[in-house]
Write a protein that binds this ligand. Structure first.
Ligand code: BTN
Length: 261
């Protein structure tokens, strides 16, 4: 990997994106938190925040995201969409597709998407995405949105509690330009943000899904439900067939599914 560089990232942004704010840190608590702080102060978007390390990286459901120095990409894009927060799920699913496409192109790794938006390689999670709205009490109009992306490029050693589920992409020193990868992802996300109604990425989402057609498990209260994943609907919901043959849509954000052994 090369050194993170604001200039190199900007140089590889499309001409129309060169004016966005780009902030690069050696270390920070969380790039999502920094994006939110800066939005509250300056109301400037789009802005990109990247750090070589996070000391308080956050994941969904209050979990932390392990973000050791020099082994991954920890980036957040602050956007001000013109549509409502109910469409945030589209940002998340589109981000999963965009990041997966670029990881495949840059590393050759055949990453797949586990509903909703975790990227997996060989049964290990190699990338997580955290989309958050920036809510303010006196707000009128749609909120700003922060799309946070964490990619384990060369991370090999994980804390004990993550060792079974998290993995790295096995990127070797000096073989990948993270500045280019960050810029490519940013260009595509900005293009998507201009036209969030465009759902053409869903075709690739389905193709890259590691869940569709498989037996899954999820919890409803304390009950473990078995089902088969059939499809992803246009809202990002997971259509499943239950053991009694009925079909149900699992809503994003409500449920964690596990692949059956
Ligand atoms: C998840 O796996 O639940 C989502 C993980 C998202 C991690 C990224 S790393 C950059 C950004 N800053 C954070 O604190 N989280 C996101």
């Amino acid at each position: 990997m090369n050194t993170l560089s604001k200039e190199e990232i900007r140089a590889q942004l499309l001409e129309k994106n060169k004016g966005i704010g780009v902030y690069v840190y050696d270390t920070i608590d969380s790039t999502n938190d920094e994006a939110k702080r800066q939005w509250k102060e300056s109301k400037k978007a789009p802005c990109l925040f990247v750090s070589d390390e996070q000391t308080g990286g956050r994941g969904r459901r209050g979990r932390s995201f392990y973000s050791p120095k020099g082994t991954g990409i920890y980036m957040s894009l602050l956007l001000q969409p013109t549509i409502g927060i109910e469409d945030a799920v589209h940002i998340t699913t589109a981000t999963a597709v965009i990041v997966a496409r670029h990881i495949r192109a840059f590393t050759g790794a055949d990453v797949g998407i586990k509903w909703v938006n975790d990227l997996y390689l060989s049964d290990k999670k190699v990338c997580g995405i955290l989309t958050e709205a920036v809510m303010e009490p006196d707000m009128t109009g749609p909120p700003a949105v922060v799309v946070g992306i964490g990619i384990n490029l060369s991370t090999e050693v994980f804390p004990e509690e993550l060792a079974e589920i998290a993995g790295g992409l096995g990127v070797k020193e000096g073989t990948l330009s993270q500045n280019s990868l960050i810029a490519r992802i940013t260009n595509d996300l900005l293009a998507f943000a201009e036209n969030m109604q465009d759902c053409s990425y869903m075709e690739d989402y389905r193709k890259m899904s590691i869940v569709l057609g498989r037996e899954i498990r999820y919890n409803e209260g304390n009950v473990l439900i078995r089902a088969r994943a059939l499809d992803i609907d246009s809202e990002g919901g997971l259509m499943v067939e239950l053991e009694n043959g009925s079909v149900k849509v699992l809503k994003t954000g409500e449920i964690t599914v596990r692949l059956a052994e």
